[in-house]
Design a protein around this ligand. Structure first.
Ligand code: XMP
Length: 310
């Protein structure tokens, strides 16, 4: 595929489809939604409303960092603070699928629905890629970005039409387009990060206190393993507690698992053999987080494990 031609064609198609209307899109900072944002901004300028939803389960400083990266490119992004809505929806939930469902429902039925109505947009732009469609059809993935799967007919419920400008591309193609559009490498080279964010890395109930802990551990892991070139690296907070000893006193502390994997497409994964010195440094820093007294390294490939813990 000629990616320069792809860009021109998609920009033209967006202009044609949206006409004098208003289009809205949600930016997550991932490469797909970032490319949609830049393409649509080129095509539509001020007729495009881009929002970034702070759902309380993002990484350290992530909402501000993503919004700034786009504002620096001259693309206005509205930061919507929906932390309370998501935390309320997650309260008391421990089942992985219920947690995922609560996040999806809060996003589409509550937060995004309101933003769309407020914007008076009649077009919604989605970063769906070919792999998403294939995996959804094959039943491998429950893709939250395909509305009909969660029983929402966008035209009926919100009165808007969904446009998917990346639906013919796979990830490598999206990255090529991202580079051609001049997106910064912090976006084009970003390691995968799931839609349900840190909620996939807390086993059991998601609370503000647990989020603070896993967020700190995530920042340490990303800092320490950022130069490994691994496909993905992450921290998980378990629901169990273990006895430990700190300052001569016994304590019942939390357990963080570190995962660092190599993979091509996340369908299978092998575990990176990290040097002991790195593992020791990670352990030292992670067990300095208040309340955490154990750090484990996960040696399980995919399969039988998945990458995330919920
Ligand atoms: P699993 O845990 O299924 O993850 O082995 C495979 C890859 O997909 C990411 N992942 C998600 N991405 N929404 C996403 O956009 C999700 O619900 C989701 N769950 C997992 C995961 O980080 C890994 O790269």
């Amino acid at each position: 595929m000629n990616y320069k031609t792809f860009i021109t064609e998609q920009v033209d198609a967006l202009r044609r489809d949206v006409g004098n209307g208003i289009a809205i899109n949600a930016l997550s900072g991932g490469v797909d939604s970032s490319v949609v944002t830049v393409l649509a901004h080129r095509a539509l300028g001020r007729q495009l409303k881009t929002i970034f939803v702070d759902n309380a389960i993002m990484r350290e400083g992530e909402p501000q960092r993503v919004v700034k990266a786009f504002r620096d490119m001259g693309i206005p992004v509205e930061l919507v603070d929906a932390r309370k809505s998501f935390l309320r929806a997650l309260k008391g939930l421990t089942d992985p699928e219920e947690k995922r469902q609560a996040i999806t429902d809060t996003f589409y039925k509550d937060v995004f629905g309101k933003a769309v109505r407020r914007s008076k947009a009649t077009f919604l732009l989605h970063g769906t890629i070919l792999t998403d469609i294939e995996e959804t059809v094959a039943g491998i993935k429950r893709q939250h970005n395909i509305l009909s799967q969660i029983g929402i007919d966008p035209q009926k419920v919100y009165g808007y039409k969904v446009l998917e400008p990346l639906a013919t591309l796979r990830k490598d193609g999206v990255r090529r387009v991202a580079a051609l559009l001049g997106l910064p490498s912090c976006i084009t080279k970003r390691i995968p990060f799931p839609g349900p964010a840190l909620a996939t890395r807390i086993v059991g109930e998601v609370t503000e206190a647990k989020l603070a802990t896993v967020r700190k551990a995530t920042a340490i892991v990303e800092e320490e393993l950022g130069n490994t070139g691994a496909f993905q690296y992450l921290a998980v907070l378990l629901n169990d507690y273990a006895t430990g000893i700190r300052n001569g006193k016994r304590e019942f502390g939390q357990i963080i698992v570190v995962r660092c994997i190599d993979s091509v497409d996340a369908r299978t994964a092998t575990v990176r053999e990290l040097p002991w010195s790195t593992l020791h440094r990670l352990t030292r820093r992670i067990t300095a987080i208040p309340g955490v007294n154990r750090c484990l390294y996960d040696l399980t490939p995919k399969p039988p494990a998945t990458v995330e813990y919920i």
